[in-house]
Design a protein around this ligand. Structure first.
Ligand code: FPP
Length: 236
């Protein structure tokens, strides 16, 4: 059977901590292994011809975690951004981010900027990392910017519709995800892409993120192929 590859796959990478704890290892080890899954799944998505992959790396609620875990994660992102640049370039991937980068440590912002700039002309898969991201904050930021444009006379309230509003989101040109994958058996959206996931198919894997590999991604794509997408209309 010829499988339809979802054009945009979004992933909530959950269960790093549980994976580590079940092996009597520190949570940090789970995040390190999680970075290996990021590498494997990114490469596989690029190979399959996925147009966009969006990964939820750090939510704006994750700052509530212990300080040691937060700083480990920040150093992990820094390391990932440096080490994976070659892989990103070799796979013709264009790297972007969503979220509020202003409050990230300067050493992460610097590597983010470098990776974005270096890959800006690549023409293959778009890889979007959500870092210090929250869906509600994204909508509030968009509303605030629109209101400010109305105030300055650049926009007219009467022109506001879904299409115009979506132009105020962090990445206006990104298409909505076709498939949302979440690992570790959790059935929640957790403030991820609240606007964009309206009609996405959701598939949950029982596996923790550090053990999620190419064959599991394929299970998700197969499940997606068994769904009938109607977007509120009747099946044609
Ligand atoms: C959820 O597991 C995972 C995170 C909060 C961080 C996601 C980070 C990675 C997958 C590491 C690498 C990412 C990149 C982009 C290099 P959890 O800690 O919430 O797990 P738990 O629910 O079992 O505690």
């Amino acid at each position: 059977m010829d499988l339809e590859i979802p054009r945009h796959i979004a992933i909530i990478m959950d269960g790093n901590g549980r994976w580590a704890e079940s092996r009597r290892q520190s949570r940090i080890r789970g995040h390190e292994q999680g970075a290996k899954s990021v590498r494997a799944i990114t490469r596989e998505c690029a190979r399959l011809g996925v147009e966009q992959l969006t990964l939820y790396a750090f939510s704006n609620e994750n700052w509530k975690r212990p300080r040691t875990e937060v700083s480990f994660l920040m150093r992990l992102y820094q390391r990932y951004l440096i080490q994976e640049r070659k892989e990103i370039m070799d796979n013709n991937i264009r790297f972007i981010n969503i979220g509020r980068p202003e409050v990230l440590p300067q050493y992460v912002r610097k590597e983010l900027r470098k990776t974005i700039e270096m890959s800006a002309d690549n023409t293959g898969m778009l890889m979007c990392v959500a870092i210090n991201y929250g869906g509600r904050v994204e909508i509030v930021d968009a509303a605030r910017q629109f209101a400010s444009d109305v105030k300055s006379g650049k926009q007219n309230v009467d022109d506001l519709d879904e299409e115009l509003f979506s132009q105020y989101l962090y990445q206006p040109d990104m298409r909505d995800p076709d498939l949302l994958i979440r690992t570790a058996d959790e059935m929640r959206i957790s403030n991820f892409l609240l606007w964009q996931l309206s009609y996405s198919e959701i598939w949950v894997s029982p596996l923790c993120w550090p053990e999620f590999r190419e064959e599991h991604l394929m299970e998700g794509i197969e499940a997606y192929n068994r769904r009938i997408r109607k977007f509120g209309a009747l099946k044609t």
